[in-house]
Unconditional design. Structure first.
Length: 298
């Protein structure tokens, strides 16, 4: 069956790219993906990669809306950051150079903050998608991931935000430090996570010392890898929540991201008497890309 897209939505990250063939009304007609993320491509290779994934959907002039690292300096074309405070979805899309005369590719810019210095790319599209579905919402949006974002939103604008490298720290510690022997595997111990979370929230300044105790407890007390892995996660997320407390305390909170990781944050916030709404990251990214398309078309 031949599929003709009215437009194409693209989420292009550092490691992967996802694309959706869309109808004018916002219905998904087909989807595709590739592991040719921004990190593997030169600027000249973006268009051929897009054609590889979505070429069968193009039959005549087609608009493409793209978000993520595709707009970084190393991407297809740089989409300069919009400075906060700013709408999650502004009008300053950047048009990428193309060889195919049927393609018009618009890239959504990221968002920057001068003090303290911070940037985001891709998350602004998820925020725009969430706001499109939740008109008039004010509060804090948490976007867990390699670099978790805490974003203060008010009056449909991104007011300020803070990035925490918790996901990257977990990956680095669990693969490139002495703790790699203690936390290998993919098992889980919820009680160990809860204990690590509580300890880090109570005394975040002791986290560096508490980390090595995971190795010592394994050697001396037989602490299993599942428990050590979960406690490591709890310690890191607890330290993050302690650092970001000025953002989430007393606020309406939404957590946007992958199901398993987002649930850890929702549960961790609930333990601090801070209820949060969990939102599917892929669906809300597509909602943001759809909002961008509608904004572009007026």
């Amino acid at each position: 069956m031949t599929i003709k897209a009215d437009w194409i939505a693209v989420d292009w990250g550092t490691s992967n790219m996802r694309a959706w063939a869309m109808s004018a009304s916002g219905t998904v007609l087909a989807e595709g993906s590739t592991d040719k993320g921004m990190g593997r491509l030169t600027p000249a290779e973006f268009e051929p990669t897009l054609i590889e994934v979505a070429g069968d959907w193009i039959d005549g002039p087609t608009t493409v809306i793209a978000c993520g690292m595709v707009g970084a300096k190393q991407g297809w074309v740089e989409a300069p950051y919009a400075a906060v405070p700013c709408p999650a979805m502004g009008h300053n899309f950047v048009t990428a150079p193309t060889q195919n005369p049927d393609l018009t590719v618009h890239i959504i810019p990221g968002v920057s903050q001068a003090s303290p210095a911070d940037v985001m790319r891709g998350e602004e599209t998820q925020i725009a998608g969430f706001l499109a579905r939740n008109t008039g919402w004010d509060g804090v949006i948490c976007l867990p991931g390699t670099h978790t974002k805490w974003v203060h939103v008010s009056a449909d604008e991104i007011v300020s935000f803070q990035t925490c490298m918790t996901g990257e720290l977990f990956a680095t510690i669990s693969t490139h430090t002495v703790l790699r022997h203690s936390v290998s595997g993919d098992g889980w111990d919820q009680a160990a996570f809860d204990g690590g979370l509580a300890d880090a929230m109570a005394r975040p300044e002791r986290m560096a010392a508490q980390l090595f105790s995971l190795r010592a407890q394994g050697l001396l007390d037989g602490l299993g890898n599942d428990a050590a892995r979960a406690r490591l996660s709890g310690l890191l997320i607890g330290a993050e929540l302690a650092a970001s407390k000025p953002y989430w305390l007393g606020q309406q909170i939404a957590v946007i991201g992958a199901g398993g990781l987002s649930k850890l944050y929702v549960d961790a916030l609930a333990a601090q008497s801070a209820p949060a709404t969990q939102v599917n990251g892929s669906a809300i990214t597509l909602a943001g890309l759809t909002a961008a398309y509608r904004l572009l078309k007026g």
